[in-house]
Write a protein that binds this ligand. Structure first.
Ligand SMILES: Cc1ncc(C[n+]2csc(CCOP(=O)(O)OP(=O)(O)O)c2C)c(N)n1
Ligand SMILES: [Mg+2]
Length: 375
């Protein structure tokens, strides 16, 4: 029997703004305009300040833990490719995109300070809370996209996750669901080369993470993830395709986390400094600034003024987050059940007395000192 090729594919890679800040004129056509680039550069730089301050807050005991976004700020360009009604369903390294899509900057700080109100997204901001369980949110993204389709909305859903997340069952289920049901979803894998201390080479034997999308019949592309022009173009094209033919795209962005995994990690213990140095040269902020300078749109004086302003902005955001009124102790009772069970009602009503959780009528349960005894 003659053999024939059952399936063949290739995966394109794009870079539009190179490490020296030089633009590919042809590929950039119809893409980001000067004002967009300035807006993005300013948000990326503001987020760099935000990251540094969040790190210090954690070190000084004012925040539980924090995953720095440093080095991955170019992902913010997705927000410029999105329409205001589109949904962003993030992991935890997409601060720039979330803020550009309307999430107030206090929310991420509150989340990491352990305040649930960080996850109460204001009405009209189509962003879901950041997802710490790796991969679970991709299923939510597929479901939200399905709902958009059923409701006949012209709305796309962008979901973000890391290289490590592609080893989770949830990734495969979400990709399968989204492609079979033809929902308007865009899957964005931020391949930052590491999943805590697991390198990409131990995460997957595949040459690219993008090719995982082929198995599900998705469009696939790999891009320079530190290049705002490539991120914008890939996201915009994927959005158009998802809405036109209901075919999701898996975008793999090649990027690098310049900081530790989180404040609970010390990346020096498992990765080579030479690798970090190499990626410092590909920093998306430096590259974007070089581009703006080459067009006469940015200079040292502008940077200095911007940095001053950014510091003041971030310190105001910290003040707002730390200054939020303490939640009342009733909240845990009031927002968990629709109808509070009797025993919890009793706990709520007695929690400020010595008889916590115990029916105050039952005098016999009290110890002679008046403190509540354990039952
Ligand atoms: C379901 C689940 N398993 C394990 C963890 C612990 N964990 C937190 S982050 C992480 C690595 C994730 O790597 P990647 O998806 O590449 O994202 P990155 O942190 O590099 O942005 C792991 C294993 C978790 N949060 N959730
Ligand atoms: Mg990773």
């Amino acid at each position: 029997m003659p053999t024939k090729v059952a399936y063949q594919a290739k995966i394109n890679y794009i870079q539009i703004l190179n490490e020296q800040g030089k633009l590919d004129e042809k590929l950039s056509r119809g893409g980001l305009k000067d004002n967009d680039v300035i807006r993005l550069y300013e948000m990326m730089s503001l987020c760099r300040h935000y990251d540094e301050i969040a790190f210090k807050l954690q070190r000084s005991g004012r925040m539980g833990t924090y995953p720095q976004n440093k080095g991955q700020e170019a992902i913010g360009a997705v927000a410029l490719a999105a329409q205001p009604d589109d949904w962003l369903v993030p992991c935890y390294r997409e601060n720039t995109a979330l803020f550009l899509h309307g999430l107030p900057m206090e929310h991420i700080l509150l989340h990491w300070m352990g305040d649930e109100r960080g996850n109460q997204i204001p009405d009209g901001v189509n962003v879901t809370p950041i997802s710490i369980p790796i991969g679970t949110h991709m299923l939510h993204a597929a479901g939200i996209a399905w709902a958009q389709k059923l409701q006949g909305n012209d709305t796309a859903v962008f979901t973000f996750f890391g290289d490590g997340a592609t080893s989770e069952g949830d990734f495969h289920e979400a990709m399968n669901f989204a492609t079979v049901l033809k929902v308007p979803a865009v899957f964005i894998c931020q391949n930052n080369k590491w999943a805590i201390s697991t390198p990409g080479s131990k995460q997957s034997a595949a040459e690219t993470f993008a090719q995982k999308g082929l198995a599900y019949g998705a469009h696939t592309i790999q891009i320079d993830g530190n290049d705002i022009f490539a991120v914008y173009k890939a996201a915009k094209d994927a959005r158009a395709k998802a809405l036109k033919d209901g075919k999701p795209t898996l975008i793999e962005t090649l990027t690098y986390r310049l900081g530790d995994h989180t404040t609970a990690d010390d990346a020096r213990r498992y990765r080579d400094n030479a690798e970090v140095e190499e990626w410092l040269d590909r920093d998306p902020l430096i590259r974007t600034r070089k581009y703006l300078e080459s067009k006469g749109l940015w200079d040292d004086a502008k940077q200095e003024a911007f940095d001053e302003d950014a510091k003041a902005k971030v310190s105001q955001i910290v003040k707002n987050a730390e200054g939020i009124a303490k939640p009342t102790t009733n909240d845990i009772f009031d927002y968990t059940y629709e109808t509070l069970p009797e025993d919890l009602k009793r706990q709520r009503d007695t929690m400020k007395t010595h008889s916590l959780g115990i029916n105050p009528q039952q005098e016999t349960l009290r110890s002679p000192t008046g403190a509540a005894s354990r039952v």
